[in-house]
Design a protein around this ligand. Structure first.
Ligand SMILES: [Zn+2]
Ligand SMILES: [Zn+2]
Length: 187
């Protein structure tokens, strides 16, 4: 069965070299849906608590929220970093606190201090799904990701193999036989 969580992110991007309006800088509210598949954990009668999926995912995904997402070869990148530098906000600001841990994978690198994500590919709805899967595949049994952004929607299913060891009392993933949330120990 599946547990499903949905959340919104707000971001600015553009499709560098795309022949259309989207090559100009613009913004969206995007809706990301993550479906996690596993057996039903009999202790709590759920696959996985949705608020825990959200917490795990949001830790990473919030670096895309209120962020600028640009491709690594986009000439806007050095231009904007130059402005941020001059203004003294490139390396952070005391009110820029909604940051997740910086991440870097083959497809993207987050710079939370200046709310920037640099991507290898254009950040289309499809591109976002590829990045989210790459960033979260080792943390959640992701079966499907859907991303809606303006008129664009993309979705992709992923093969799920194996099951996660989950706490029978609170449902979160066990770490070495101990629940990191409630302290339950498997005998
Ligand atoms: Zn767009
Ligand atoms: Zn627990």
């Amino acid at each position: 069965m599946r547990s499903i969580t949905t959340f919104d992110i707000q971001y600015a991007h553009r499709f560098y070299r795309f022949q259309g309006e989207a090559q100009y800088l613009h913004g969206h509210t995007g809706t990301l849906t993550i479906e996690v598949e596993d057996s039903v954990n009999p202790g709590v009668n759920m696959v996985f608590p949705c608020n825990e999926i959200k917490k795990t995912a949001w830790d990473v995904i919030r670096n895309f929220d209120h962020a600028l997402i640009l491709r690594e070869d986009d000439p806007l990148l050095p231009a904007i970093l130059g402005v941020y530098e001059k203004q003294g906000i490139k390396n952070g600001h005391k009110l820029n606190t909604m940051k997740g841990p910086a991440f870097s994978c083959e497809l993207c690198t987050a710079h939370p201090d200046c709310r920037l994500v640099v991507t290898k590919e254009t950040m289309t709805a499809e591109g976002m799904i590829k990045m989210v899967y790459e960033l979260l595949k080792d943390k959640l049994n992701i079966a499907k990701i859907t991303f809606v952004s303006g008129d664009n929607t993309a979705s992709c299913e992923f093969p799920v193999s194996g099951t996660m060891d989950r706490c029978p009392l609170c449902g979160v993933s066990m770490k070495d036989g101990v629940c990191p949330k409630c302290g339950y120990r498997r005998k």
